[in-house]
Design a protein around this ligand. Structure first.
Ligand code: ATP
Ligand code: MG
Ligand code: MG
Length: 387
């Protein structure tokens, strides 16, 4: 059996490990936090920071194949890993996707549209670009943002100075995007192996609250034709970027029928967690297959599903709900709970997720609402950073 090394010890690494162990692989993870979610289920952990070069060398010595569970891997570390061990995903894809401007250019090179954007190098650049795009528009740091961190929705020209001076502190390039009044947010996870075989998972409909993914609904409540376009676009990106492993493609769908790519993630994605219970193969298994150059398996949907994230503030109410509801009163919704083994349930922190398998998406949405665990107001409605 071979050993797979994972850079990063979070929940994505944990679920990769759980899928891969079942297939007989050994796992070693590198993460600064002792007993991190992935380390709890891996065979071995190297406790060190992600850009600790020597620790990464150790990982390279002990692992036959190396993968990562986040995109901000230091370029020199990535290069060294490729030299000393085998990194099937390569370092180019990391380099491209860890910077929004490089990523957008790569998407455009695949002839896929992104929201109109501008590189911002000075406050004057921002003034000019805001004038061009109008308000609202979104200023983002090019590197390191997630869950809406490192973003500022500029609602009026008076905010320009504040927005610029706040975000420039992150010390990365900045990019301004036109605000897209989307009808729906969609995503597609695509897998590709070295042979060039591509498999795309069903299109997911995503609802964000406060910039954090709240709910994923599959099948997406949208025309089959749009779904086919979304899948084709994701396949195109996977091929153009020469992906080995997974690529998650986040998109905006507008009422005039356009699809814009928002961003990419070269790894398993939160909006693909539904695949664990609802597809013939999960995104995590597919990832392991892709990087180990095994044949990809069917990504077909077995059952309609709603995924809802469990954040820190949902943990206690959920445990209480489970204690009080030993018998699942709602036979039409099968409840699959996944928890990541994180110790501290901080507010907004992703602690786990639930996959609700159902004949009818509305029954699952009702279940979510009836538990009272998640705030009522936002469910099923359109969500953007503006709301
Ligand atoms: P993630 O956790 O997905 O990596 P992130 O911090 O990288 O998040 P984005 O995906 O860029 O952030 O944006 C978060 C959310 O904010 C989007 O899913 C979308 O709801 C909203 N958003 C971002 N950019 C735009 C835009 N240009 N127009 C409209 N809404 C936007
Ligand atoms: Mg992102
Ligand atoms: Mg995103």
């Amino acid at each position: 059996g071979s050993t797979i090394g994972i850079l990063g010890g979070g929940q994505l690494g944990r679920m990769m490990t759980l899928a891969g162990r079942q297939m007989g692989y050994r796992f070693i993870t590198l993460d600064p936090v002792e007993d991190a979610p992935c380390a709890q289920v891996a065979d071995e952990q190297i406790v060190a920071g992600y850009d600790d070069y020597q620790a990464a060398e150790k990982l390279a010595e002990r692992a036959d194949v190396i993968t990562y569970e986040f995109e901000n891997v230091n370029a020199s570390v990535a290069d060294m890993l490729s030299e000393k061990s085998y990194v099937p995903q390569g370092s180019q894809l990391l380099y491209t996707t860890q910077h929004r401007l490089r990523e957008k250019r790569a998407i455009e090179d695949a002839s896929v549209p992104v929201a109109p954007y501008a590189e911002i190098k000075s406050e004057q650049d921002l003034v000019d670009a805001v004038q061009r795009f109008g308000t609202p528009c979104v200023l983002k740091t090019a590197v390191g943002g997630y869950d809406g961190k490192g973003q500022w929705v500029i609602r009026s020209t008076e905010e320009i100075s504040d927005a610029y001076n706040t975000l420039r502190k992150a010390n990365t390039d900045l990019v301004l995007e036109q605000f897209i009044r989307f009808e729906k947010e969609l995503s597609v996870v695509a897998a590709r192996n070295k042979e060039g075989q591509v498999s795309t998972f069903p299109v997911a409909e995503n609802i964000h609250i406060d910039n954090i993914l709240h709910t994923t609904i599959v099948p997406a409540r949208i025309d089959q034709k749009v779904q086919d376009r979304a899948k084709k676009l994701a396949k195109n990106i996977a091929e153009t970027l020469d992906v080995v492993g997974l690529i998650a493609v986040e998109m905006f769908y507008t009422s005039d029928g356009k699809l814009y790519v928002n961003e990419l993630a070269p790894r398993p994605h939160n909006s693909g967690h539904y695949t664990m219970d609802a597809c013939k193969t999960s995104q995590f298994e597919q990832h392991i297959r892709a990087i180990c150059n095994l044949p990809l398996e069917s990504s077909e949907l077995i059952c309609p599903v709603v995924m809802v994230n469990i954040l820190g503030e949902h943990v206690d109410p959920l445990l209480k709900w489970m204690e009080e509801n030993h018998q699942n009163a709602n036979q039409d919704v099968i409840i699959k709970v996944h928890l990541y083994g994180k110790k501290e349930a901080k507010e907004k922190r992703k602690m786990g997720h639930i996959n609700l398998l159902t004949k009818d998406i509305n029954l699952a949405l009702d279940w979510i609402e009836n538990t009272g665990i998640w705030e009522k107001k936002q469910l099923g409605k359109k969500e953007g950073v503006l709301s």
